[in-house]
Design a protein around this ligand. Structure first.
Ligand code: SF4
Length: 196
């Protein structure tokens, strides 16, 4: 029997999962004519393959993004695991498998939303307003709860009135940066939403 690469095997598997039943004769023992015909009709047919790395954690699973030019813009059609990667061999964890949502989800909040104390509604605000508000509130909480020494006289320089929770869509670099910033401020309560 002729050799077949892992990539070719996975492509055939995907085609089979799409319900393509076929008779015999080639590397896997199947007649691939009807498979090839149906493959041409797939959403990613003719798309450009762009290789990337999942941004979510240090495992570094490899991704393939399929893009197409349409109406003067680049459309993202699909993101999936790269079968040629020795790291993930085409697989992605549930988080990595939703990487496309990071770019295309209609539920993404695209503008800053602010809910004033006591209010039941969210209002759109500018980034300048939000950043000033966060900085003012953070400083006030830090100033009010800063502990220079603990009960035993040890120098601790920490703020106990502020906690930080990173989002699950943080990349490794964003997580690193956020942790450095919070530790610099003396924040000790740091968590990541993916672990909650
Ligand atoms: S797919 Fe999952 S395990 Fe792989 S890099 Fe992304 S988050 Fe990490």
């Amino acid at each position: 029997m002729a050799e077949i690469t892992r990539r070719e095997f996975l492509k055939l598997g995907a085609a089979g999962a799409a319900g393509l039943a076929v008779p015999i004769a080639n590397p896997l023992g199947f007649d691939l004519k009807s498979v090839k015909r149906r493959t041409l009709e797939l959403r990613i047919a003719g798309a450009k393959e762009v290789h990337s790395v999942c941004p979510y954690c240090a495992v570094g699973c490899a991704l393939i993004a399929y893009t197409k030019q349409a109406n003067g813009t680049t459309q993202l059609l699909q993101i999936e695991g790269d079968p040629d990667s020795p790291v993930n061999e085409g697989r992605l964890c549930p988080k990595g498998a939703t990487a496309m949502q990071l770019a295309t989800s209609s539920r993404r909040v695209e503008k800053p939303l602010y809910r004033a104390p006591g209010s039941a509604k969210w209002e759109e605000k500018s980034w300048d307003f939000m950043l000033d508000k966060i900085a003012q509130n953070l400083k006030a909480s830090r100033d009010n709860t800063f502990v220079a020494q603990d009960a035993n006289g040890n120098t601790v320089n920490r703020t106990e009135g502020v906690a930080f929770a990173g989002g699950a869509a943080f990349s490794s670099e964003e997580g690193y940066f956020a942790t450095k910033l919070m530790r610099t401020l003396g924040v000790v309560h740091i968590e990541q939403q993916a672990r909650v």
